[in-house]
Design a protein around this ligand. Structure first.
Ligand SMILES: Nc1ncnc2c1ncn2[C@@H]1O[C@H](COP(=O)(O)OP(=O)(O)OP(=O)(O)O)[C@@H](O)[C@H]1O
Ligand SMILES: [Mg+2]
Length: 254
């Protein structure tokens, strides 16, 4: 197993300081090497909190996360995170943004140049090496954010709604590119998404959470061959099953 999540419990202090708000309640999950797993569930149920705990950005009250048998205590470059809002350095060019983590890790110039060139080709941004983030589209910025994570050769790629801010055409294009990247089987991916179609298109397994505090409601294995056909009967059946789980209990008051 690449990641073993054992009995994680997490709460936060309520905004009015009136006590603790339980967010995650006894979450356990095992994620295999090179697996693509997605977390879906209602807004505010604790998906990002769980991802941050895996990243080592947050500490749980009880329970543990192990990566290849080693307990997670803090962020490390073997676990890279990609956020919805890109978080690029606006004063740095594309190539400098991608090189940042490698520089901080003390890599030599020859290694950095080679890795950055590889990453730029991989994400199809040749010709934009010297561009600044404000000169790029949303999709291009997110490609840079993904490249910046991948040059670190992570064992685990953690993505929190990475395509949430993109138009549907760009989103589908990036999803297809991610399928190709993942086919190389170099890392394990945990994705948080609101988009059940995205989850079915990308994932080996989909963890459906209920809130709150978050509990695992169901884990769905998606055994369809890739690249997946979004309009096939089988694809739509899985997508609709997730939709029915995540929207159950919702009532329309129109
Ligand atoms: N640092 C914090 N301090 C206090 N409360 C927090 C903190 N971070 C998150 N929360 C609360 O924890 C709950 C879960 O938040 P989280 O961001 O994990 O949800 P989510 O499932 O990712 O939601 P969304 O789908 O809207 O992104 C929310 O009620 C949120 O207000
Ligand atoms: Mg979130």
């Amino acid at each position: 197993m690449a990641i073993i999540i054992k009995n994680i419990t997490k709460s936060f202090t309520k905004n009015d300081n009136s006590g603790q708000l339980a967010i995650l309640n006894d979450i356990s999950l095992e994620i295999s090497n090179q697996e693509f797993i997605s977390f879906v569930g209602p807004s505010g149920c604790g998906k990002s909190t769980l991802l941050r705990i895996i990243a080592g950005l947050l500490t749980p009250e009880s329970g543990s996360v192990e990566v290849d048998g080693v307990p997670v205590k803090k962020p490390e470059s073997d676990r890279m995170m990609v956020f919805q809002d890109y978080v690029l350095f606006p004063w740095q060019t594309v190539e400098k943004n991608i090189a940042m983590g490698l520089k901080m890790a003390g890599r030599d110039k020859e290694y950095i140049d080679r890795k950055v060139k590889w990453a730029i080709e991989m994400i199809g941004l040749q010709g934009f090496e010297k561009s600044y983030p404000h000169q790029l589209s949303g999709g291009m910025k997110q490609r840079v954010a993904i490249a910046r994570a991948l040059v670190m050769n992570p064992k685990i790629l953690l993505m929190d709604e990475p395509f949430g801010a993109l138009d549907s055409y760009t989103k589908m294009k990036l999803q297809s590119e991610l399928v190709q990247l993942c086919a190389k089987k170099e890392f394990t991916t945990c994705l948080v998404t609101h988009d059940s179609e995205e989850a079915v298109f990308l994932s080996d397994r989909i963890v459906v959470f209920t809130g709150s505090p978050a509990r695992i409601q169901e884990i769905i294995s998606v055994d369809l061959p890739r690249p997946r056909d979004r309009v096939s009967k089988e694809f739509i059946a899985v997508r609709d099953h997730i939709l029915s789980l995540t929207t159950s209990g919702m009532t329309d008051h129109i």
